[in-house]
Write a protein that binds this ligand. Sequence first.
Ligand code: ADP
Ligand code: MG
Length: 321
Amino acid sequence: MTTLSRQSPGQPVEKGMPILEVRNLVKHFPVMTGMIFQRQIGAVKAVDDVSFTIHAGETLGLVGESGSGKSTTGRSILQLHQPTSGEVIFEGEDLVTIDKDHLRRKRSRMQMIFQDPYASLNARMTVGRIVSEPLLIHNTMPNPRERAEYVESLLERVGLDPYYINRFPHAFSGGQRQRIGIARALALNPAFIVADEPISALDVSIQAQVVNLLQDLQEELKLTYLFIAHDLSMIRYICRRVAVMYKGKIVEFAETNELYDNPVHPYTRALLSAVPIPDPVAEKKRRRLDPDPEAYYEESSHMTEISPGHWVSSSKAHFSK
Ligand code: ADP
Ligand code: MG
């Protein structure tokens, strides 16, 4: 590998190189009071100084309980929320500061898959229309015939029969609807996808199918994923590295196997204690830990590297045990 492998801004990034660098990302939502004259009385620190890097072709896991700031992180990366501060360097360019036109073009390279495949699909649109929508918005593929053929090929690629192109979302099962959402996310040929709890709403039997599809697509289309989940049960099979998020901060970050074998932060331990163990004897002995002990309420944004690639929030509370 050459030492001059840093990509030029705006160009596709080769496999293994940083495609996304999130630096000190902050997103606060104002808390308002007053019926007529509203004034701000505080802020929800939904994302509070978060930094990480994702390499092209990898799946980074982002795990934490509901309300920990995962979706806000994903949405702030894609600039669906304007970050309060921080940098989001995607393919060498800071999305927070580039101009609107340029951001619009960049948007086609980044997509999102949502948790609830029903709420995220417009119930009044046919499947064909839903998957065509990004192409229409970005005015790519203006020829209707060419577009229709392309949409059919996308449906086929995600395992749906194009025969159903004129049906509405309610005619499909949860897993099929998630496939429609994936086809829509693929329409503009993205490089990076935020998959925001894409399997949480699905039956366990369907979850593995959707995970397999996402993995096949990653291989074939050279995709990079930020995979968001509220527990650690599937992450082991999906992600090479994982970040654990708690109250707006990353509290632990490591290679997935390292995190499972050697969890340090009490919050990570609590999340792991909730994962069922396939061995019945061990499962019987499993003891769930409280995910929210007061002991680590105030987290530091500073991380300590306790072994190569394994970072833990430096707040003192959890090192004392
Ligand atoms: P998660 O995805 O981990 O469940 P979220 O990112 O959705 O967490 O939410 C993090 C925090 O930010 C929560 O306290 C939530 O209530 C708050 N929040 C999220 N979106 C908004 C918004 N648009 N306006 C105000 N507060 C929000
Ligand atoms: Mg969420």
